[in-house]
Unconditional design. Structure first.
Length: 282
């Protein structure tokens, strides 16, 4: 796989002046992304932004087979109830809770729902009749206004560099006509799947407190999928946090981590990133 990867833009990409402003450590991210929102999708498409598709594909792989979600399957042939092996998650319904953290305009959900529909038409996944509840959060409400048409059910304005977990600093706010909750939005053990696509890097969201908090927000047996440009992996403490997760030391952030898998993929034209999958213990 790695032979075809092109990292000639060395982790930064060349999308536009807005992209450069977004990557600048000194800029206010809410202001930059609010201003970029209307042109973001087009500019990223022009630079062949592949991360949402890569992550959606990886999430679908998690959902295939009988492994991930503990649900009751109704087989088409007999219409009789068959209980799948209880493997990972504690949920006993078909409800699948996903959080797309740093969701932006919702490109991940667009890819995910398109692929899920195709899978449901063609494969055994149809029998699961998943009821997907997609939550999204981001620091930019202007970016998120595009999420409603992409299947998100709940959207929150959240600064992921602050605490996201209830009951800490819970503060309900109404912002640009969204039902929003600023920091402190989520109880622990809330989500089967958490995705963070293109949002972890040194200038946007730092590894701590976000990664330990997202681990807490995962249900036991859940999985977090995040992308990290190769340059971000080397800097900003991401590598150390991933190492801690892998170590699984008692009392550390890895205590609840079952395993970590990392593979490289083409993120943008000329930019390679790591797709990191972190499973929480059952
Ligand atoms: C490169 S975009 C990725 C958006 C989306 N996930 C995608 O793949 O298109 C980065 C996103 O991170 C958001 N962001 C930046 N800093 C943030 C923070 N501190 N907390 C939450 N979101 C943040 C931006 O508003 C933006 O939507």
């Amino acid at each position: 796989m790695s032979t075809a990867l092109d990292n000639s833009n060395e982790g930064h990409g060349k999308a536009s002046a807005m992209h450069a402003a977004a990557m600048d450590k000194k800029t206010d991210k809410q202001a930059v992304y609010n201003a970029w929102a209307d042109k973001y999708d087009q500019e990223l498409a022009e630079n062949n932004y592949m991360a949402p598709k890569a992550v959606a594909k990886a999430v679908l792989a998690e959902l295939r087979g009988d492994k991930f979600v503990d649900i009751q399957m109704v087989t088409e042939e007999s219409n009789s109830e068959v209980t799948t092996t209880v493997t990972d998650c504690t949920s006993t319904s078909r409800d699948l809770e996903i959080l797309d953290a740093g969701c932006g305009t919702g490109l991940f959900a667009e890819e995910f729902f398109r692929m899920l529909k195709e899978e449901e038409e063609n494969t055994a996944l149809r029998a699961k009749q998943l009821n997907v509840h997609m939550s999204g959060c981001d620091i930019s409400p202007e970016m998120m206004k595009y999420c409603f048409q992409r299947g998100y059910h709940r959207l929150d304005v959240v600064d992921m560099n602050k605490s996201m977990i209830l009951p800490n600093s819970f503060e309900s706010v109404s912002f640009n006509n969204y039902n929003t909750v600023r920091n402190g939005a989520y109880p622990p053990n809330s989500f089967h799947i958490i995705t963070v696509v293109g949002t972890f890097n040194g200038s946007h969201v730092k590894p701590t407190p976000a990664i330990p908090e997202l681990m807490k927000m995962l249900k036991p047996g859940g999985v977090m999928l995040l992308t990290l440009r190769t340059d971000a992996l080397r800097e900003h403490g991401f590598a150390e946090v991933l190492e801690e997760l892998k170590n699984g030391k008692s009392g550390g952030i890895g205590e609840e981590c079952d395993k970590v898998e990392i593979e490289q993929f083409q993120f943008l034209v000329g930019v390679v990133a790591e797709l990191v999958k972190v499973w929480k213990k059952k």
